[in-house]
Design a binder for this molecule. Structure first.
Ligand SMILES: [Mg+2]
Length: 106
């Protein structure tokens, strides 16, 4: 998937979410999406614990490795939805961060 395609999906998804959820508007979207991001990170933590066999037996019996991919995708998408809501240019932000990380090793 190309970055342009992903960011177009994110913009469309934010529009759809605001149309379907009457309580979600431009004013409160950042707070709601930040809480949602925390929820998704919790779900990712849950699957990583299962992946490392550190969950209770009932959860381990139900665990499928595909769940980790799903939760990583949820975290990335929710992060991008939040970035879109607060007008973060994600390509520029990532480029700046990658350059800063690379400079640490020079
Ligand atoms: Mg999830």
């Amino acid at each position: 998937m190309e970055t342009d395609e992903l960011l177009k999906f994110i913009s469309q998804e934010n529009d759809r979410l605001r149309a379907y959820h009457s309580g979600l508007d431009e004013d409160n979207a950042p707070l709601i999406q930040t809480v949602k991001l925390n929820e998704e990170i919790g779900e990712l933590c849950d699957t990583v614990l299962a992946y490392d066999s550190l969950q209770r037996s009932k959860k381990l019996a139900e665990f499928e490795e595909q769940e980790i991919e799903d939760e990583v995708a949820d975290v990335i998408i929710t992060t991008l939805l939040l970035a879109d809501s607060i007008d973060v240019d994600i390509e520029e932000a990532l480029e700046n961060k990658i350059n800063a990380v690379e400079e640490r090793y020079e």
